[in-house]
Design a protein around this ligand. Structure first.
Ligand code: FCA
Length: 333
């Protein structure tokens, strides 16, 4: 090789090396950032969704999930600003308030971010569901009906006298999924033969144990004649608040039955060495909610595949003190 050719090949090699370097660094820059925003990060339910969003990201390979807690409207809108600033392309969200829907969508659009909702559906200014925004949620009415059915079955199993029994239904009607669950539960009880006039609704101010405890207490004191209580509520914490209220007012576990919804948030209660009135919880699929919403968002961002507008997730498993460890393990929870 003469000097000139030698120089040429040196240049070629360095060009190749540079191009190689460029393509490596542009690959690194191609990591897609997606947000996963949840209203109540203290609930194991949402921690499970986050964990499975991360699992989806790992399986997809080139995604990073930015997890954010959004307990109120201000934090939600700030979170969207921060996501956009960090270069994210979209987010999955369980809103702290369905009425924020239009504000969230306006902000997301201003940054060209794609949005998938999970669990709680947005409402428009007229208070109607924003059915044009994709949602993945539990099949609310069906799960509620199952709660009512299981409560009735347990009442029969215990041989309670219906005339001495009442239903404490802790409601959160401004949240549509909650309203559908508790209404489903009540309708299943009535259908099974429970007298409607012995079903007492008490609205909770906040969707946590203290809120539900207050709502429960307020109703229990109005009905000293009731010997046995069945507790209806939209999730584990709501039912647990009701259970704590009965305990505070001297009811024994033998006279109380509560069945929660979420499953994930019932683990410590079902692990207690002493039985309480909380006999079980319906576990839907927070794993599927977290995984599938992330996967759908990724495909939408990367491949332009629009997700379906409505993805209901059904088939809950009833967790009890006996089976909960095995059932959770089966789902990898
Ligand atoms: C709502 C409730 C959560 C969970 C979720 C599926 O967001 O607040 O506890 O039940 O629906």
């Amino acid at each position: 090789m003469n000097k000139r050719n030698f120089l040429k090949s040196l240049i070629a090699v360095s060009v190749l090396a540079t191009t190689g370097a460029i393509s490596i660094s542009s690959q690194a820059a191609e990591i897609t950032k997606l947000g996963f925003l949840v209203k109540q990060p203290e609930e194991p339910w949402f921690q499970t969704e986050w964990a499975f969003a991360d699992k989806a990201a790992k399986d997809l390979g080139d995604v990073q999930i930015i997890k954010m807690a959004i307990p109120d409207g201000e934090k939600t809108l700030n979170a969207i600003d921060n996501l956009a600033a960090s270069g994210a392309k979209g987010f999955v969200i369980c809103t702290p308030d369905p009425k924020l829907g239009p504000a969230i969508m306006a902000k997301a659009r201003s940054y060209d971010l794609k949005v998938i909702t999970v669990d709680d559906q947005f409402l428009n200014a007229a208070g109607e569901p924003m059915t044009n925004v994709p949602i993945i949620m539990m099949a609310a009415t069906e799960i509620g009906e199952r709660q009512g059915f299981e409560l009735y079955k347990e009442m029969q199993k215990r041989g309670w006298n219906v005339n001495e029994t009442a239903v404490l239904a802790i409601t959160a009607d401004e949240l549509d999924t909650a309203r559908r669950r508790t209404e489903g539960s009540i309708s299943a009880l009535v259908k099974a033969g429970f007298p409607e006039k012995q079903i007492y609704k008490s609205p909770t101010k906040s969707n946590d144990i203290p809120g539900a405890l207050d709502a429960g207490n307020a109703m229990l004191v109005q009905h000293p004649e009731v010997k046995n209580w069945l507790i209806v509520g939209m999730n584990d914490n709501t039912v647990l608040g009701g259970i704590r209220a009965t305990e505070g007012q001297g009811f024994k576990p033998e006279n109380v039955v509560g069945i929660g919804i979420n499953g994930t948030d019932a683990v410590s209660e079902l692990s207690k060495p002493k039985k309480t009135g909380f006999v079980g919880s319906l576990l839907p699929s927070p794993d599927v909610h977290g995984y599938r919403s992330t996967e759908m968002l990724y495909k939408w961002v990367k491949e332009g595949i629009e997700p379906p507008k409505y993805t209901p997730i059904g088939d809950p498993v009833l967790l009890t003190r006996e089976n909960f460890k095995a059932e959770l393990e089966k789902k990898g929870l």
